[in-house]
Structure formats: structure tokens, C-alpha cells
Write a protein that binds this ligand. Structure first.
Ligand SMILES: NC(=O)c1ccc[n+]([C@@H]2O[C@H](COP(=O)([O-])OP(=O)(O)OC[C@H]3O[C@@H](n4cnc5c(N)ncnc54)[C@H](OP(=O)(O)O)[C@@H]3O)[C@@H](O)[C@H]2O)c1
Length: 227
């Protein structure tokens, strides 16, 4: 990044404190060392607490100190559930700006949780949305429903899966080592119909439901698998 001609302000740098159950001093030192590892006096636009722990407050206090010092512009959480966020927010001085969670057609976030996060002003960042190994052995980019929708729009299945998230006001974080894929993943200027959004939102019911048992919570039984 330093060697490129891209100005720092044009880059959004996010990092995570991944070690759990540290005391405040150790958490501060760990994240500070990580930031120093980028380059001297580097700042991150967003620093996440990667996982909840028995008591996440000491780590959060460390993030708040780095926020005060301008080294973490915004703070975020990752893999926290609603109760864990509520507990932390009750004691936090700096509120979380974002929640990063695994979120894909096979592992969607519950609509109620999404609504709650929106009400709290916490942005949702979806991770592992394309990864075939994230939840099961199916590759969402080869799912026939996704393939059909992609071919109707003349787009790739990856673009459809990412666009589906954007239409739920969710930010996307696709990882790619391919220039062509990175280019594709940034071209999401098309619109899925409400019906297409609903079909994609119901795919997880095909994996998780059985007659008389509709899962995941809040899903609609569009395919009639539970009835
Ligand atoms: N909060 C958490 O606990 C959590 C959990 C999982 C992941 N994450 C974060 O989310 C990021 C992404 O998640 P992930 O690593 O699971 O991967 P992902 O972004 O869901 O999927 C990455 C895979 O998709 C392929 N891909 C990307 N764009 C594509 C395209 N347009 N067409 C075809 N294939 C495409 C990539 O291959 P190519 O390289 O060939 O493009 C790569 O194999 C990670 O870097 C990590 O930071 C966070």
C-alpha cells in the first residue's frame, strides 16, 4: 500500500484483534503491534474484536484507547450475537459501528437480527458469502437457482450472490486473488427482483428444514419444504 500511488484516504483498511480473553493491557499491546506491523504510525479505518469471549470488555477497552489515539478510526465486532452485543454496548464508551458475520445464501442472518442491528446503527458486513467450504459441501456459485438468476441477468453467480446481500443493505467482503474476479465483484450495478431476492433468501430452508420443521428462524417456506 505504501509503495502504491493510491492515497491512504482512498484505501479502507480493516483489521481484527483475534486473540480472546486478554486483559486490557495485553489486548492493547497486541493490536498496537499489529498496526505497527503495517508501517510506523499506521491507522486502521476499522478495528474489529474478532470473537466474543467470557468477558469481552477488557479487549473493548483496549480498542477504545486505540480509538482515542486515532489508530482505530471506528470499532467493530465480529461473530457476536445480539445478547453479546447488548451486554458490551451497555458498558462501552465507543459504540460498535459494524458487525462482521458469516452471511451467505446457505447461512443467512435472521431478518429480526438484521432489523435490530439497523436500529442500533450497526452496519452489517458479510463474510464467507461465496466460499463453498464455509457451511456445507455445496458451492453457492454452482447452485442451480443462482445459476438461473445469473443467466437471466447476464451476470456471474458471484455477482448475484453479492448483489443479494447489497439489496439487504449489507456490505460485502469477497476475497479474491484473481484480478478478473475482483473486477467482477465490484460491478454490482444491477437489480434483482423481489421474487429473486426471496428465492435466494429461501435456499437455506432446502438445507435446514424438514416436514413440520422450518429453519432457519424467520425464513419463509417458499419451496414448501416444511408444509
Ligand atoms: N468474521 C469471521 O469470522 C469470518 C469468517 C470467514 C471469513 N471472514 C473474512 O471474510 C473474507 C472472505 O471470506 P472467505 O475467505 O471465506 O471467502 P469468500 O470471499 O466467501 O470466497 C473466496 C473464494 O471465492 C472465490 N471468488 C471470489 N470472487 C469470485 C468470483 N467473482 N468468481 C468466482 N470465484 C470467486 C475466490 O477464488 P479466487 O481467489 O480464485 O477469486 C476464493 O476461493 C476473509 O478474507 C475473512 O477476512 C471472516
Amino acid at each position: 500500500m505504501l509503495e502504491s500511488k493510491v492515497p491512504r484516504e482512498s484505501i479502507y483498511l480493516a483489521t481484527k484483534l483475534s486473540t480472546t480473553n486478554l486483559d486490557e493491557g495485553a489486548a492493547y499491546d497486541t493490536l498496537q503491534a499489529e498496526l505497527d506491523g503495517f508501517w510506523p504510525a499506521a491507522y486502521a479505518d476499522l478495528c474489529y474484536l474478532h470473537f466474543p469471549s467470557d468477558d469481552s470488555l477488557p479487549s473493548w477497552r483496549a480498542l477504545e484507547r486505540l480509538h482515542d489515539e486515532g489508530r482505530c478510526r471506528q470499532l467493530g465486532l465480529s461473530n457476536f450475537g445480539q445478547a453479546q452485543i447488548e451486554e458490551l454496548v451497555r458498558q462501552a464508551r465507543v459504540k460498535p459501528a459494524a458487525l462482521q458475520i458469516q452471511f451467505s445464501v446457505y447461512e443467512p442472518c435472521s431478518p429480526a437480527f438484521l432489523r435490530w442491528l439497523r436500529g442500533q446503527g450497526i452496519a452489517v458486513v458479510a463474510a464467507a458469502s461465496l466460499n463453498p467450504n464455509a457451511t456445507c459441501n455445496l458451492n453457492p456459485m454452482q447452485d442451480p437457482h443462482v445459476v438461473a438468476i445469473a443467466s437471466k441477468h447476464g451476470r456471474t453467480t458471484a455477482q448475484v450472490l453479492l448483489r443479494w446481500l447489497l439489496q439487504q443493505n449489507v456490505a460485502v467482503l469477497p476475497r479474491s486473488s484473481s484480478t478478473e474476479h475482483i473486477r467482477q465483484n465490484s460491478q454490482l450495478d444491477f437489480t434483482l427482483s423481489d421474487g429473486e431476492v426471496a428465492v435466494l433468501g429461501a435456499l437455506s430452508t432446502l438445507l435446514q428444514s424438514r416436514p413440520g420443521f422450518l429453519r432457519p428462524d424467520g425464513a419463509s417456506d417458499l419451496f414448501g419444504v416444511a408444509s
